[in-house]
Write a protein that binds this ligand. Structure first.
Ligand SMILES: [Ca+2]
Ligand SMILES: [Ca+2]
Ligand SMILES: [Ca+2]
Ligand SMILES: [Ca+2]
Length: 305
């Protein structure tokens, strides 16, 4: 239901009416309102302006988390959340302000303490992931410094895990690369092009896992990942493991070695699981060649690693 006029009062503490008995719906925190209704008695009780209400996410101001979409002058640099020296923890555990500072507020005393620039905040999908040892596709552009080198094998630096960083990142630099930084010494070492970066899940191209969204000509048939004879094992991924194969690249020497066809891309719900030795019920239809035989004991073959 559309409520005309300042969300029916929901955005001002003095006019919001709780839907439930426990007052939970009208947020109890100061940051939970964005009161810009000039007729509300408390319109001046918070510092939210109409411009901010239109351009920002005011409820996230000063909540202890750096919200990139608020990290600009109009939005008051997210109420200080993005600078280590101005962020105020929302909780007692210091966790919130420790995450991902991107200090670009020129008036903050620590504005020069990190390497994050205004350009980066504007051009990076997620500035907190720059230089973290994982190639983040949304950061892989010139304005974002090509993700701080994360997307080229020769420039990627694994995170230092001795400082207590989560073990999840132990295998940094292993999730795939998409090297398009013209200044990287290895820019021509993989087959990733700008077109692929723009049109495909480029980090997953050539990562040893058959990604069906990339299994087309424009995406170089996922860098060979979907054909057994062209896939190359990667440090964290054995070819075919979990993904199976779905070889439709006409240039692949083994394109005719499985019975998977281009038509089946449409018909098979899980094309990568065709003929992988596991019966996938959703593939068990005529148009998908009954999952490549996986669903009958006499035709199923144990395959892959
Ligand atoms: Ca925030
Ligand atoms: Ca990264
Ligand atoms: Ca892949
Ligand atoms: Ca199967």
């Amino acid at each position: 239901m559309h409520v005309p006029g300042f969300d029916g009062g929901d955005c001002c503490e003095c006019t919001c009416v709780s839907v439930y008995d426990d007052d939970y719906s009208c947020s109890s925190t100061d940051s939970g309102f964005a009161c810009v209704d000039p007729t509300a008695p408390c319109v001046d009780d918070d510092d939210i302006t109409i411009e901010q209400a239109l351009n920002c996410f005011p409820r996230e101001f000063g909540d202890g988390w750096c919200d990139q979409e608020n990290n600009n002058e109009i939005c008051g640099y997210d109420g200080g959340d993005c600078c280590e020296c101005t962020c105020v923890n929302a909780w007692d555990d210091d966790y919130s302000c420790a995450a991902n500072s991107a200090c670009i507020d020129p008036s903050a005393p620590c504005v020069d303490d990190d390497d994050v620039t205004v350009d980066m905040v504007e051009n990076c999908g997620y500035v907190g992931s720059v230089g973290n040892g994982w190639c983040d596709e949304e950061n892989n552009n010139e304005g974002c410094g090509y993700d701080g080198g994360d997307c080229c094998e020769c420039t990627c630096q694994p995170l230092d895990t001795d400082d207590g960083t989560d073990d999840y990142f132990q295998n940094g630099c292993g999730n795939g690369f998409a090297c398009i930084d013209p200044n990287a010494p290895c820019v021509n070492d993989d087959d990733i092009t700008l077109d692929i970066v723009e049109n495909c899940d480029s980090v997953a191209v050539g990562n040893g896992f058959c990604d069906m969204d990339n299994n087309n000509e424009a995406c170089a048939y996922d860098g060979g990942d979907c054909c057994e004879c062209t896939c190359e094992d990667q440090p964290n991924q054995e070819c075919g493991r979990w993904s199976g194969f779905a070889c439709i690249d006409p240039e692949a020497p083994c394109v005719d070695e499985d019975s998977f066809t281009v038509d089946m891309v449409e018909s098979c719900k899980y094309p990568g699981s065709f003929g992988n030795g596991w019966c996938d019920e959703d593939n068990n239809i005529e148009e998908c060649a009954y999952d490549g035989g996986d669903c009958c004991e006499c035709t199923c073959e144990v395959r892959g690693p």
